[in-house]
Design a protein around this ligand. Sequence first.
Ligand code: SF4
Length: 83
Amino acid sequence: MRVEFDRDTCIGMFQCVAEWDAFEKDENAGKANLAGSEPSEDDPDVFVREVPEDAELDAKFAARSCPVDAIVVYDEDGEQIVP
Ligand code: SF4
C-alpha cells in the first residue's frame, strides 16, 4: 500500500495527525508533514511513501479524515482505494 500526500492542497486542519502518527503538525507552515516520505518526481508538493502493513488502517483513516482530500491511498496494483 502506498500513500500520496498533496501538501499544496493541505489546509492544516490536522485531522490526519490524530489518525496516523506519520502525519505531523507543522504549525509554522499551517500544513502537515508526512514522515518518511519523498517528494514525487512529477510534483515536488506531493509526498509519497509506502505504508507498512501495521499502519494500513491508520493510513486509510487519515485519508478519510482529510476534508480537502489531500491524502490518497493506493493498493499494490496502483488502484486508488481511499478516498
Ligand atoms: S487532514 Fe488534510 S488538510 Fe488537514 S492537515 Fe491533514 S492533510 Fe492537511
